[in-house]
Design a protein around this ligand. Structure first.
Ligand SMILES: Cc1ncc(COP(=O)(O)OP(=O)(O)O)c(N)n1
Ligand code: TZP
Ligand code: MG
Length: 202
């Protein structure tokens, strides 16, 4: 499976509705700290919006809601993997991407035959406190070699300026939250990302 090289991550469906029409092909809805009903309302809205705009929606964390609402793709972290029903996801044909931060996690993730593995944080991130320091581009290179045919997503502290290094190191896709969410003009910044990643479409 080929992944678009630009992987946008948003925290609310309204951001998705603002940015996807710029030409985003791969977008994750990463909702935190909301009641279940609100989460499902946003997932439903994102699902329908992405279908109209031919963007691939990835639902973060809420794999059961994704199954119930007939979404096709989820992202799971290591803790999420402990509770996820992989058999049910497979039966429903729901693809999944998995977070990894060290080699043990990478081995565990690859054993599930995911649609991609993500490595982060490649650079320092402001989004959340993490127990891992910046992984760096050598680690991206190593992950690419170990992941074989499984696509590799880089995440954490990415900016358009950092993309050539990331892709040269072997990443297939670059995921971003902060650089776009905190931009003075997120739409314009999103367009910059789209332009900066087009050369890496496979
Ligand atoms: C593409 C991508 N990579 C990594 C993550 C992080 O997932 P996780 O470790 O479960 O942390 P939260 O995002 O749930 O806080 C991601 N969401 N997307
Ligand atoms: C959720 C997550 N997982 C690894 S880094 C990260 C933060 C997102 O990256 P950024 O906000 O720096 O673009
Ligand atoms: Mg998670």
């Amino acid at each position: 499976m080929t992944l678009d090289p630009f992987y946008l991550i948003v925290s609310h469906v309204s951001q998705l509705e603002l940015l996807v029409p710029q030409g985003v092909r791969l977008v994750q809805l990463r909702i935190k700290g909301q009641p279940g009903e609100e989460v499902r309302r946003q997932i439903r809205r994102a699902r329908d919006f992405c279908a109209v705009h031919r963007a691939q929606l990835v639902v973060n964390d809420y794999w059961q809601a994704a199954l119930d609402l007939k979404c096709r793709f989820v992202h799971l972290g290591q803790e999420d993997m402990e509770t996820a029903d992989f058999a049910a996801l497979r039966r429903a044909g729901v693809r999944f991407g998995l977070s990894t931060h060290d080699e043990e996690e990478l081995d565990r993730a690859l054993a599930h035959d995911p649609a991609y593995v993500a490595l982060g944080p490649v650079y320092p991130t402001l989004l959340k406190k993490m127990k891992w320091g910046p992984q760096g581009l050598d680690r991206v290179r190593r992950w690419k070699a170990m992941a074989g045919d499984t696509p590799l997503v880089g995440i954490g502290g990415l900016t358009p300026e950092r993309l050539p290094g990331l892709f040269e190191a072997g990443a297939d896709s670059a995921a971003v939250v902060t650089d776009i969410a905190t931009a003075t003009n997120p739409e314009a910044r999103c367009t910059e990302w789209i332009k900066a990643t087009r050369a890496y479409v496979k």
